[in-house]
Design a protein around this ligand. Structure first.
Ligand SMILES: [Zn+2]
Length: 99
């Protein structure tokens, strides 16, 4: 009963996973797409992926905008420090090689 749904056209009991109603042959994609959209509204998996792409995105997505922005600023400062470190290191090595 848990994975059963009803055809939106003829009302026959069908599997939730079936794309086409075996009784009337009508595609059930409208119902399925609606379900997918609903899942995307608060999807912790998506939030985790967003956080991986850019720190703070997941927090903003979850409604924690202040926390997300704070994480983004920390990430930017970190990136700047790493960039500064690597460029100054490169400049130093170039200088040593040129001496
Ligand atoms: Zn049907």
């Amino acid at each position: 009963m848990t994975n059963q749904t009803f055809c939106r056209t003829c009302g026959a009991e069908i599997l939730e996973t079936s794309e086409i109603c075996p009784k009337c042959g009508v595609r059930q994609c409208g119902v399925r797409q609606f379900g997918v959209i609903q899942n995307q509204i608060k999807n912790p998996g998506f939030a985790a992926v967003a956080s991986c792409l850019w720190v703070g995105l997941g927090q903003i997505y979850n409604g924690e905008i202040g926390k997300g922005l704070l994480f983004m600023v920390i990430q930017m400062v970190n990136a700047l420090l790493v960039w500064h470190e690597s460029t100054s290191d490169f400049a130093l090595r170039t200088l040593i090689l040129n001496l």
